[in-house]
Design a protein around this ligand. Structure first.
Ligand SMILES: *[C@@H]1O[C@H](CO)[C@@H](O)[C@H](O)[C@H]1NC(C)=O
Ligand SMILES: *[C@@H]1O[C@H](CO)[C@@H](O)[C@H](O)[C@H]1NC(C)=O
Ligand SMILES: *[C@@H]1O[C@H](CO)[C@@H](O)[C@H](O)[C@H]1NC(C)=O
Ligand SMILES: *[C@@H]1O[C@H](CO)[C@@H](O)[C@H](O)[C@H]1NC(C)=O
Ligand SMILES: *[C@@H]1O[C@H](CO)[C@@H](O)[C@H](O)[C@H]1NC(C)=O
Ligand SMILES: *[C@@H]1O[C@H](CO)[C@@H](O)[C@H](O)[C@H]1NC(C)=O
Length: 705
């Protein structure tokens, strides 16, 4: 064990010397040979020095570093207090104690009880505390209300070179497979590490990683693969529906801001170093032999972290609250030590701390940040792993840019809009490109439309409204409200914030505050006046037996749009199909739900387990935000001293929330969040169409539209 560890260290040191990487020069003495043993001793004594400055490390070494820090009781109490007091602004705490059907079995988390439990529980390390906190929030299955700590989540990302897919054979049987494109993806993305996996394969398979692509997976760690899929679904969070969480285990794709991306799925990509290796019982393509291979997970330093060399620099650079962790008084005089996130001052603006974990590209200019957003958070940030070139759809049509891509299928009548997010480009570009592209498809003869929303985590709320409006035309369901009416939570501190703004509108002359009445409309869609205390009187409601309070019903704030929408529908909405892997959230849900429930569009989920109901979207929300933004509301209205106000985070943490919750379409007085969104079709993926957007669209055009 110790000898093995020494060899790993030694080879790591030698490898870094050989590669001449930056960390080698900084962490090794000039005379490498004489300094080596001293260096190894130092590293062994400091488990974080073992992984510091490295690109690829073993998950057990990452854990050894993470687990070397005991719980700091001050920080633990601080996290619990910030999270608990921030939850008073999350609309759904009491709903999530027990969701109505069809999600009763999925969502039943009593957050306040669990926070009290965590408060009294002892943990072997700070990392163990983090896992409990993170999973407690994930049990909400609500991608808006997520707890993230940059100290651990995706600081190192744990990878396998064998993403999985769920395939259906000619006889209609479903089985788990290593993705046919696995080796292509792995060699492109993990060029510097593939050899480790090649060398790990047993016997004659050594060096034959390519031959595993497409193999049927009969067992994972000796058990039916669905045991592993469901164990992951139980801790994955993000989506209410079991089917949607199962689908997250498998590989898929996304129309990314920088081109088509490949999503490895949660089998091949873990945000924490949970697994050291996996044992797969497989049958390779064209083989009758049953073989067993073990592959190590390898951890790569992620995109969200800051370099470190040892325990002290790891904690200092990654685990302590940064400039943007906490909110600011938007009108305080900027000082050199406290950068102000004033949305009109792009040069000094700090980036929202949640952005790296938002599952859609985020606007980075001040004007863009003022558009309300509804977007999912995940402890695994979206990566730019490339979809293999042979799988990338060809011949994009005019209007295509960034996350918006248009295609016309060979049948000449099916237009495709691949929409990877509802942000990722400027609001104005999205507005014009969506219109130009759809009009262009129509002009070329498209009479039906596929909208592919695979892994679309949301974005600008008003882009969802815009897309609904231009596809469906002007009608009672699109003008003026093309989305959902909403309500905020009407808690005691929220009431004080609104009271302060109403009493003194000069507190927020530039209208930055979420709670400023001038941003919102009454249920009849007319604007609220300045100075109006819109949280009075609270609308009292008993939710799961608990007395709760919400704001009055809010209407829409998107229309009139800043450019003209066409006077007629661009497509017959009964000839529109919304297609994806079910992982369509937030603003993507607002769009999909209104188009499906109000306009009769068809919904297609591809690749779902046959006997599990598939939701075409989830994590609906209405508008999402996070602790730092709420903290800015509190600080700007000078309420930070109030005992209800969350203190500043001491740690490098993020707490997301649903700030406005959309009302339902079928059941108008209850939230849409836990109403049913069953897909019309669960499209089987076969080996010839999996991970191939154009082939999937062709199948949808032939069988669904
Ligand atoms: C972090 O370390 C890597 C590898 O040593 C190096 O390439 C990179 O430039 C460093 N980044 C920063 C911000 O120091
Ligand atoms: C515990 O955390 C607090 C706040 O971050 C810090 O000031 C203190 O030094 C820490 N205590 C120990 C023993 O590390
Ligand atoms: C969380 O806040 C509630 C009030 O909303 C309070 O009753 C409870 O004691 C707090 N829990 C913890 C663990 O601080
Ligand atoms: C499997 O066999 C078929 C038919 O002979 C062949 O076309 C295909 O290339 C083979 N696939 C692999 C991975 O060997
Ligand atoms: C809209 O509703 C508000 C609040 O109920 C009311 O004061 C206002 O007169 C209404 N406006 C219209 C045009 O109906
Ligand atoms: C909090 O209260 C103290 C003492 O009254 C005061 O000096 C300070 O400015 C207050 N801070 C804020 C943010 O309101």
């Amino acid at each position: 064990m110790i000898a093995g560890r020494f060899l790993t260290l030694l080879s790591a040191v030698l490898a870094s010397v050989r590669l001449g990487s930056a960390d080698a020069t900084s962490s090794l003495p000039r005379d490498v040979t004489s300094g080596l043993s001293r260096d190894v001793e130092e590293r062994a004594a400091d488990p974080c020095a073992t992984i510091g400055g490295k690109t690829w490390v073993s998950p057990s070494d990452v854990r050894a570093c993470y687990q070397s820090f005991p719980v700091n009781e001050t920080e633990k109490a601080n996290i619990i207090e910030v999270v608990n007091k921030t939850l008073a602004f999350h609309t759904s705490v009491n709903y999530e104690k027990l969701a109505p059907p069809p999600f009763t079995l999925d969502v039943h988390e009593d957050l306040l009880r669990d926070l009290a439990r965590i408060q009294h529980q002892k943990y072997a390390s700070d990392y163990d505390l983090h896992i409990d906190l993170s999973r407690t929030l994930k049990r909400l299955d609500d991608g808006h209300c997520v707890y993230i700590n940059y100290c651990y989540d995706s600081l190192f990302v744990n990878y396998l070179p064998t993403p999985l897919v769920l395939l259906t054979d000619d006889a209609g049987h479903q089985s788990v497979h290593i993705a046919p494109e696995a080796f292509t993806v792995a060699t492109a993305e993990f060029a510097d590490e593939v050899q480790t996996w090649q060398d790990a394969l047993p016997g004659a398979l050594k060096g034959q990683l390519a031959s595993l692509s497409g193999a049927k997976v009969l067992a994972i760690n000796g058990q039916d693969p669905w045991i592993a899929v469901d164990a992951n679904a139980a801790i994955a969070g993000s989506f209410q529906g079991l089917g949607t969480r199962q689908n997250g285990y498998f590989a898929s794709y996304n129309a990314g801001a920088g081109g088509w991306t490949y999503s490895l799925g949660q089998f091949a990509q873990q945000s924490l170093p949970l697994s050291d290796s996996v044992r797969l019982t497989i049958q390779r393509v064209n083989s009758t032999k049953i073989e067993t291979v073990s592959l190590p997970y390898r951890s790569r330093f992620g995109t969200t972290g800051t370099n470190f060399t040892d325990s002290a620099s790891y904690r200092a650079n990654n685990c302590v609250a940064g400039d943007s962790t906490n909110g600011v008084d938007y009108y305080a005089e900027p000082s050199s030590t406290t950068p102000v996130r004033r949305e009109d001052a792009p040069s000094t603006a700090a980036v929202n701390p949640a952005n790296k974990f938002r599952q859609a590209p985020m606007p980075d200019t001040a004007t863009q940040r003022r558009y309300p957003m509804n977007v999912m958070l995940d402890s695994a940030p979206q990566l730019d792993i490339a979809l293999p070139p042979t799988l990338v759809p060809t011949d994009p049509q005019p209007g295509s840019a960034s996350v918006v891509q248009f295609y016309l299928l060979d049948d000449g009548k099916t237009g495709v809009l691949a929409l990877g997010s509802f942000s990722g480009d400027s609001f104005e570009n999205l507005e014009t490109n969506l219109l130009t592209g759809l009009q262009g498809l129509k002009a070329k003869g498209a009479t039906q439309l596929i909208v592919d929303v695979s892994n679309n985590g949301g974005g600008y709320i008003c882009i969802a409204h815009w897309l609904h409006r231009i596809i469906a035309g002007p009608k009672s369901t699109t003008v003026p409200q093309a989305g959902l009416d909403t309500q905020t939570r009407d808690g005691p501190l929220a009431q004080l914030i609104v009271k302060a703004i109403a009493a003194d509108p000069s507190l927020d002359p530039d209208e930055f505050l979420l709670y400023n009445p001038v941003a919102w409309t009454f249920a009849n869609d007319t604007k609220m006046p300045a100075g109006y205390d819109w949280l009075q009187p609270p609308v009292k409601k008993t939710v799961n037996g608990v007395a709760d309070a919400f704001s009055q019903r809010l209407g829409q704030e998107c229309q009139p749009f800043d450019i003209d929408a066409p006077a007629e529908a661009l497509f017959d909405t009964s000839k529109v199909a919304i297609v994806g892997n079910g992982r369509c959230a937030s603003s993507c849900s607002l769009f999909s739900i209104t188009l499906a429930k109000e306009e009769g569009a068809k919904t297609v989920v591809y690749g779902g387990k046959r006997d599990v109901p598939q939701q075409y979207c989830g994590t609906v929300g209405g508008q999402s935000t996070d602790f730092s933004t709420i903290d800015s509301e509190v600080k700007t209205t000078h309420l930070k001293n109030n005992s209800l106000a969350p203190p500043d985070f001491l740690t490098n943490s993020v707490q997301g929330i649903t700030w406005r919750l959309g009302f339902g379409i079928d059941n108008k007085n209850e939230p849409e969040e836990w109403q049913n969104h069953p897909a019309d079709v669960n499209l089987a993926l076969t080996a010839d169409i999996v991970s191939n957007p154009a082939a999937i669209w062709k199948k949808v055009a032939e069988t669904v539209l």
